[in-house]
Each structure stands twice: as C-alpha cells, then as structure tokens.
Design a binder for this molecule. Sequence first.
Ligand code: ZN
Length: 382
Amino acid sequence: MEHNLPGAADQAGFLIDLSNVVRDRSLGGPGARSLHRFRLVVKALTRLTGDPGVQVYPVADRSLLGAAREFTDRAEVAVLRRWIGEGLVEQVGDADQRLLELMELTSAAHTRTVTGDRFTAHRREYPWIQGNTDRFLKPVAGPSGTVRLVPLDMGVCTEGEISRADELAAFKKQGLLKQSDQPLTRVVNRFWRCPEPRCTAYDPRGGRVLLPRMSKGVPTCEMHCVPLTDAGSRPAMAQLKVMVDGKCKGRYTVEDGSRTGIGRQPADGIALYGLLPPAVAARISREHVVVSAEGGILLVRDVSTYGTQMRTAERHGRPGSWRRLSPGQDRRFGPGDEVELTPGVMLTRSARRFPAELAAAWRNAARNRPAPQGASLPTSLG
Ligand SMILES: [Zn+2]
C-alpha cells in the first residue's frame, strides 16, 4: 500500500479526497469510517491505469481523525496517524480548498481527484469546475465488494445553487450544522453578544455580523474564546436587487413583517425613477409591485397598470418560463426568481436566504434523501 503513497502531490497522478472516501458507506465495509474504502479505491486506480504502482496523494480534513471513535477498526486510526506523521497523507483544516488548490497547481499534469463531492460552494473561486467532466472520478461500488471509478460530470450550478452551498459551508465551518445537515436554528436565528466590552464582531449594528462558532455545544466568540450571550431573535431579512439591462443598479434590504412598495415613485417605498431613462421609467407605474415579508417568506404582488412578468429560479441551468402575475395577488418570491416590471427592468432576490427558509430547505433536502445510518433524528426547528 505505502508504495502507492509518494508523499508529494506533484508526483501523484491522482489526488484523493480521503475524508469523503473513508466516510462513503456505499463503498462497503462496516462502520461510519473505514480505511478499507481507501484501499479499494487504490485497487480500482490500479485496474484503471494498469499500474500496480499508481501514485496517489490523499488529503484529509483534520476532523477525520478528530472523531477517531467512528473508526470501527482502531488499528486503522494508528495507521492513518502514522501516514500523516510521515507526510504520506496531508492533513489540513479544509480538505476541499486544499484539493482544488492542488488541482490548479497540477493542472498541466492533468492530475485527477477521486471524490464524490461536487464542490458547489467553491465554483465562484474555481470556475473551471463548472461543466468539467474529466478531472474528477467518483468511486462507486462494483461487483463482489470491489470499487470502480466513473468520471464525475460536475454539471453547471446556478448562482443561486452556489450561494446556498456557500452558505451551508459557512454554517458547517462554524459547527452550526447538525449531522443531518440541518442548521442549529436555536443559534442561527438569534443575535449574540460577546461579553468583552469592545468586541463588536457579533453586533447587528455593525453591518457584517459574524456567525458564532460552536465550541462544546456553546456559541463562542472566535476572537476572545468566551461564551456569547443571547442578544435576542434575529429578524429575518431578504435582499432585493434592481437590475437594469442586466446590471445591478440598487440593493435594498427588506425586513420581516414589512411591506414595501416599488415603482416609479411610490408614496412610501423604493423609487426607481432616478435609476432609469425617462422613457423606461414612464412604462412603470407609480407603485408597480408590493413586496412583503412574513414569517421569513417573501411575497410579491402586482399592483401596476400594465402588468408584471415573473419567472422562477433556474434549476440545473434551465429557468422557469415567464408568466404574468395575477393582479392584486401575492405570489412567493424565492431566491433566484425574477420579476420583470417592464422589459430591461428586473427585480431579483439576492441568493442569500432567510434563516427560516434555509432551515426549511435543509429539512426538505434531508427528507428527500436516505438518512445516513446512525444520524440523529431530525428535531423540530425553533
Ligand atoms: Zn469577542
């Protein structure tokens, strides 16, 4: 086995997303984590390349050994520790980030990565992932306990999908996701305050509010390493963007419980006349649509003279079709949906969601896929 581990990425033909492989129960072997799955992957690479000495470079998250008790075979923990100690396996805080860096560095050599991960959250930073079909291999269970490798079609993710994955990754990094990929809403939906008097990292008046980091089950200040105190519930918010000819001309925050008129010049609300050429502004009603937020859900209602078109967010590269809004009726305005006031003038939602919507989306995602064995049961969300 060790003759397959050169201990240097530039000498390897394949990078291995080790945490992803070791945790993949579909590859067989008992337990939540098994190094046997990695051995099966190396065997598969041997068959794929016809080279028994195929060189691989595994990268692991620090958390892989952090939960060592999840390895059924404790001897594997010792082996992994030794490999890390000898530099045969690279251990880092964020393996995804490191793997993609290494893939860029080794792009001339066309080094491929074995993983089941789609790296959705990283596609803004590494645009070459979009649509790639030849640099990722996914391990799948083969006949009689073997593993084979299939090219992974990365597909093209929409802006909305990337933002949501990005958000999920941010929560995960702070320890704010449960094992079932649900956010800890009791933490996420509240504001927090650091007892250190001069610390404003969690102050909602300070613009960008840090997410608390969970430490031993307690929300903690990252700078001062002290438990944060509860500073009340976080009002759900959404961000609206006004797009004129495809360019963002204004961003507005809508708070939960609010009602905002948007039009050429509404009595109270968002006035667009200053953003538009007069001829275009003339096609927009004084108050054209009303956007309201209730319980974390955003709604849009057409109140215009000439009507409003809407289409729903793209799903896997295909947007919904344009439909006219029924006048005077509220319609769900989701992230990625587009509302057209007149040709060339569009209202969209920033892809960042309300915490409440995030929670619901994750709850649904968890429901639609088989729960991993040993995962905690979904608890009700606060
Ligand atoms: Zn602090």
